[in-house]
Design a protein around this ligand. Structure first.
Ligand code: PMP
Length: 323
């Protein structure tokens, strides 16, 4: 459990970060959020937040879609998050969850003339999918939200009912994850992660116009494929049955990290577990996120100042402001 949350412009004990049952976002799903990870590097005694500013840039874009205007810049949001993590004093891999939401209390479906608030909390977090080298995946009977229904490129709270329907159907049918198709039957993504397949040495991923969330990890993977592996990246619409003929397939996302797909709709993918390109991307990813690749250190924001990095948690005195 976290000890603190940033809530109503103050850092408060987590028990005090509560909203009313009348909150607009609770009634209508009118909030946006992010999922950010921080990785503990034991050798350096440092916690690194991965792609912090990129997540908050997307967050403010999601806010635009829901007409939420916050009094914070990307830099403010990064500083609030770093402050929170320092207070928590985590020395473990951590998941960070910022939310911006319509906080007015009352009845009435709309986006305009409503107040909004921002909150963020963080907690230690492990793997999202247990079988991360050979996930069993099925194409969902649920279709991905469409841009003209609920904008898929914004991380909107209410839209995750779509993800939950797909994930639960897959899980209750004995699969690890779902692949969700667009309304016109093309591969969009997983329930909460982007999709890649490898065919004849090329890496293929659906375009941003196929109702994907424009993943930050997807962009990281693209850079690794092109710059580290020299693999050509093709962004194009993918048909369902191409999945059955892929040489490799994997998911990527902040929560899921890099997960190799072993089978799709009960057909083995390639060798039936993470193939060579997937394994190299996984290795690069875990090295990069924990600050072990100097070339990509600019993607990692250190939480603790160097001179305090080795101090035990107990010595960091915490002063809580607010209520
Ligand atoms: N698609 C969906 C629906 C997601 O929820 C996520 C997780 N944020 C992703 C893709 C992957 O995005 P990212 O790499 O930015 O975490």
């Amino acid at each position: 459990m976290p000890s603190y949350a940033f809530f109503k412009n103050n850092m408060v004990p987590i028990e005090e970060a509560k909203v009313s049952v009348m909150t607009h976002a609770f009634n209508y799903g009118t909030g946006v959020f992010e999922g950010i990870r921080a990785y503990w590097n034991d050798d350096q005694q440092q916690l690194y937040v991965f792609q912090l500013a990129a997540h908050y840039a997307r967050f403010l874009n999601s806010c635009k879609a829901l007409m939420i205007s916050l009094p914070y810049s990307v830099d403010d949001l990064c500083q609030i998050t770093l402050d929170l993590l320092r207070r928590e004093g985590y020395k473990a891999n951590t998941y960070i969850r910022p939310l911006a939401y319509k906080s007015s209390e009352g009845i009435g479906v709309r986006l305009h003339d409503l107040e909004a608030d921002f909150t963020v909390f963080a907690l230690p977090f492990g793997k999202y999918i247990e079988k991360d080298e050979c996930a069993k995946v099925a194409v969902s009977s649920w279709r991905r939200v469409d841009d003209n229904a609920i904008p898929a490129r914004a991380k909107i709270v209410g839209a995750y009912v779509n993800s939950a329907l797909a994930k639960t159907e897959a899980a209750l049918n004995g699969y690890d994850e779902a692949i969700v198709l667009t309304q016109d039957g093309h591969v969009s993504e997983g329930s909460a992660e982007n999709f890649w397949m490898v065919k004849n040495g090329k890496a293929i991923t659906p375009p941003v116009s196929d109702n994907i969330l424009e993943g930050i990890t997807r962009q990281v993977v693209r850079e690794f494929l092109q710059n580290e592996l020299g693999v050509e990246v093709v962004e194009r619409t993918i048909d369902r049955t191409e999945l059955y003929q892929a040489d490799e397939a994997f998911f990527c996302g902040t929560g899921v990290e890099i997960v190799g797909i072993g089978e799709i709709d009960r057909r083995p993918v390639g060798i039936g577990r993470a193939g060579p390109i997937t394994r190299r991307i996984r290795q690069l990813y875990f090295d990069a996120v924990s600050g072990r690749l100097p070339k990509y250190l600019s993607w990692c924001t250190p939480v603790y100042p160097e001179q305090r990095a080795t101090m035990p948690r107990i010595e960091r005195k915490v002063k809580v402001t607010g209520k």
